[in-house]
Design a protein around this ligand. Structure first.
Ligand SMILES: [Mg+2]
Length: 311
């Protein structure tokens, strides 16, 4: 059994949310050093400082779903409410990916959850990857890799039905599980690679992730790292950032400086960072700026209490 404290689970969620909020005003900007140290507001979405976006909202929805029955219908029902502003900092949904929106609408019109996600290769944005981290907590001590893979697959395909998105989700969740178990980043990444090998994924789709697993990947220059909303780019950027010798705030600012999908790259990179660093500290000002409605704070506390192990 891997022990995990409720504090660590809380840090994992908050670390992602803070990074998301830090990145929100800069989404879609080109790559540039911004050298900012405070959490900004407005910018791309004209939201006040501390506003987190779909990345966090959809992550919180999965956490809420796992606290209840974990059914895919319940997960989709909660996503429907997100369109009307549930699970948001200010009661408004200001950011959502195309594939996710389409899937939610398809579900609301009667499509089965497992059929709701677009299965075309063009629908491989990071919309499933951005919300899947709670599974690393709920599946932390699930010993059966087939069961884990099935849960990760089901949770992914409700919005992103293509195999490439499923593979990304498996890599990310398995990486987080191994980090939470105290294994170093390189070792955890190898374990994630082993989790997608010889389990039925097509060689062609696996080849999209070959760069991530080459030994020289951490040494690639920043100019070789893409930070777009394409799921492969986002996962690569988030993992690459974690190989740089940086503190939490340095990592988040670096992610945002990469430009393009700033909030999601920052959120995923920060979640990996928090999984790898049990004693992560957030800048006090950023933590204070984060908009945290009471019901969201309660949800996080309930999730953390429910899935803590051995304390
Ligand atoms: Mg976002």
């Amino acid at each position: 059994m891997t022990a995990i404290t409720s504090t660590r689970i809380t840090q994992l969620l908050l670390g992602g949310m803070i990074a998301d909020a830090y990145g929100v005003p800069y989404e879609f900007r080109p790559r540039q050093a911004m050298a900012k140290r405070r959490m900004d507001g407005y910018g791309t979405y004209d939201q006040p400082a501390g506003s987190w976006s779909d990345d966090s909202s959809l992550t919180l929805i999965l956490a809420a779903n796992l606290l209840e029955n974990g059914s895919l219908n319940d997960l989709m029902d909660k996503m429907v409410t997100y369109l009307d502003g549930a699970y948001t900092p200010m009661g408004e949904c200001f950011d959502i990916g195309n594939a996710t929106r389409k899937a939610i609408i398809a579900y609301a019109q009667g499509t089965e959850p497992r059929m709701a996600g677009d299965r075309s290769p063009a629908a491989n944005g990071n919309g499933a990857l951005m919300r899947i981290a709670p599974l690393a907590v709920s599946l932390l001590n699930e010993p059966d890799s087939t069961v884990r893979r099935q849960v990760i697959t089901d949770t992914t395909i409700v919005t992103h039905g293509h195999e490439r998105s499923v593979i990304a989700s498996v890599i990310y969740v398995e990486l987080l599980r191994h980090l939470l178990a105290g294994e170093p980043l390189a070792v955890s990444l190898t374990a994630a690679r082993d989790a997608i090998k010889d389990v039925g994924f097509s060689a062609q789709e696996l080849s999209y992730y070959q760069w991530l697993f080459t030994p020289s990947f951490p040494l690639l220059p920043e100019s070789d790292i893409r930070s777009s909303g394409y799921v492969v780019d986002t996962l690569e950027a988030a993992v690459w950032l974690n190989f740089q010798p940086e503190t939490y705030p340095q990592l988040v600012m670096h992610a945002v400086d990469l430009g393009e999908d700033t909030d999601t790259v920052a959120q995923i990179a920060a979640t990996i960072y928090c999984a790898a660093h049990p004693n992560v500290e957030f800048p006090k000002a950023w933590r204070n700026d984060l908009i945290l409605p009471r019901d969201i704070a309660v949800l996080i506390a309930r999730f953390a209490a429910r899935f803590s192990v051995g304390n």
